[in-house]
Ligand binder design. Structure first.
Ligand code: HEC
Length: 152
């Protein structure tokens, strides 16, 4: 009985510790690395299917069905790393990310919606999938044009 009480007390203390660690803001350079890692993984799963809309890559239904739901999860990752505390860390994010942050957020929302739509139709017919793929492609390119440096 006593032992059990003691254990649950330890669990409460540990739980509080973990909570604090999760919510504490990471250092700016770490945030930049994490958001770039998120974008890199998005690129990894987008790359093999991104060219299918234009026919640059042969259409492969299984690959879309596999990658789209993964992309849907990944599409949520980079954004909490684009915070103003990171603006002096060297990266490819243009100053407009901060000076025109509402537009940046809109572009991020647009991408997440397009990816969610792609995941939703990812097992559907080829024409529907291709049109969803092309919508996603526009959202990547649109944001990169406005908010990503061309070269480091
Ligand atoms: C709302 C804006 C926005 C959207 C939407 C967006 N990106 Fe990015 N992306 C950026 C910015 C800004 C960077 C540079 C980040 C940095 O250097 O910190 C970047 C960087 C990248 C990188 C390079 C990562 C690195 O470490 O240099 C890849 C790959 C990438 N994006 C792929 C994609 C793909 C694929 C999509 C669409 C599915 C996409 N992005 C959508 C803004 C966006």
């Amino acid at each position: 009985m006593h032992g059990k009480l003691l254990l649950s007390g330890v669990a409460v203390v540990l739980g509080a510790g973990y909570g604090a660690a999760v919510f504490a803001q990471a250092k700016p350079d770490v945030l930049v690395k994490q958001r770039q890692a998120g974008m890199t993984m998005i690129g990894k799963y987008w790359g093999p299917i991104g060219g299918m809309a234009s026919g640059k890559t042969p259409y492969n239904a299984e690959r879309v069905a596999r990658n789209a739901p993964i992309l849907e999860v990944l599409s949520k990752l980079p954004w909490d790393g684009f915070v103003e505390t990171t603006k002096d860390v060297k990266s490819k994010a243009r100053p407009e990310v901060w000076s025109d942050n509402a537009k940046f957020k809109t572009a991020a929302d647009r991408m997440q919606k397009a990816v969610a739509q792609l995941a939703k139709v990812s097992t559907g017919d080829e024409a529907t999938v291709k049109s969803a793929l092309s919508e996603v492609g526009k959202t990547c390119g649109g944001c990169h044009d406005d908010f990503r440096e061309k070269s480091r």
